[in-house]
Design a protein around this ligand. Sequence first.
Ligand SMILES: *[C@@H]1O[C@H](CO)[C@@H](O)[C@H](O)[C@H]1NC(C)=O
Ligand SMILES: *[C@@H]1O[C@H](CO)[C@@H](O)[C@H](O)[C@H]1NC(C)=O
Length: 450
Amino acid sequence: MVHQCVLNMLACIGVALVVIMKCCVVSAGVVTCSGIVPMVYRNDKISIKDFGGVGDGRTLNTKMFNEAVYWIKHLKRRGGTLLYVPKGVYLTESFNLTSHMTLYLAKGAVIKATQNTANWPLIAPLPSYGRGRERPGGRYMSFIHGENVHDVIITGEKGTIDGQGGVWWNMWRQRTLQFTRPNLIEFKDSRNIIISNVIFKNSPFWNIHPVYCSHVVIHHVTILAPPDSPNTDGIDPDSSSHVCIEDSYISTGDDLIAVKSGWDEYGIAYGRPSNDITIRRITGSCPFAGIAVGSETSGGVYNVLAEHITLRNMGVGIHLKTNIGRGGIIRNITVSDVYMVNVRKGIKMASDVGDHPDNNYNPNALPVLKHVRIKNIRGKKVMQAGLIQGLKNSPFTDICLSNINLHRTIGSKYAPWKCSDVSGGSILVRPSPCSQLIQTNPKGTCSTHL
Ligand SMILES: *[C@@H]1O[C@H](CO)[C@@H](O)[C@H](O)[C@H]1NC(C)=O
Ligand SMILES: *[C@@H]1O[C@H](CO)[C@@H](O)[C@H](O)[C@H]1NC(C)=O
């Protein structure tokens, strides 16, 4: 009896703690990704040094990382295992992660990709792309790779994962790439992933690519690549659901965050959308888009919320992009509370962006874009406020803009909008939007969520 009572008490304390914790989240007034992926503390810890790791920046540590991961995979310690990477520069070839592991980068720890690209492993193309994104055939495996894994955490004390991408960017520039460049991190067919408190630097290609994943949380990361580095997207959730990205700084050579779901006939056949994607409190700059959906959206994209975004020195602030042959339905996209400065185009929705995998795409597979809410947007030095161009046979519908103020220069006249094949409405938009979106009745099509 006493025993049962103690158990009951413990259960009560547990419930009380949960209630208190929930209260804390609410009272702080800050909504976070917490709760999407359970945080796991690992009692079992090993260090890369235990496997002979040498952090001198010259020794190749591939064998050490592979052995450490093999150990974690096969010893299956209760609660998983943390792999500690101490201060130092650990050069390595690409390696795989396994389930129930934490890759922990201590302060001053750098995991650095080899520049010897000749031995880089090749893997199969993604079925939703049908081929490598850049070159036909397979693609180079991501530098740090997770496939069919779950319960994986990459975190630490702001250590660095450095892709040393320069050698890859040069191959792209010189058109000597044989296959599609590697992502810095890719998780494929995986779930319950957390990436936090790490710096990602000089990715060969896209930085963080969760594809066919669910429940992925990325927060407090810094992603850096030079503005002229080709295709170094920051984070690309691709045919993935329940992805939450927040509190991060991203500065790259392409889009900061681009939500994708496959490419033309391959993406349509694979049919896996990206949905329930939350993006908040992101700051950054890049020559292309800040918050993007597309252009590969053949599996569809729905329920995206991006809020509290600060963009500086951008090509396009908010970019929804698709193409003929893509198919796919993009719907229920909300972008709110964005501040942008020094931007070529504030808001762009386009149906003619991106290339095709091959000539077998279906020209009748028209994309659909509907139910988009863009609100509370402020901008300075925005050369053009907006450009919205749907397709004649598939116009963009229910596109609603509210409380938007995009200046070209302080005190000078507003930059105009340009639209075609779009319907929806607008409230409090300056400069005044194109006639297709002129002031609607507040009870009209755009009243919901405005
Ligand atoms: C890493 O994962 C890829 C993709 O699953 C696989 O092809 C490769 O053999 C793995 N490499 C190692 C060293 O386990
Ligand atoms: C639209 O997406 C939001 C998330 O951004 C979600 O909360 C909401 O339920 C969705 N609405 C519909 C009608 O699916």
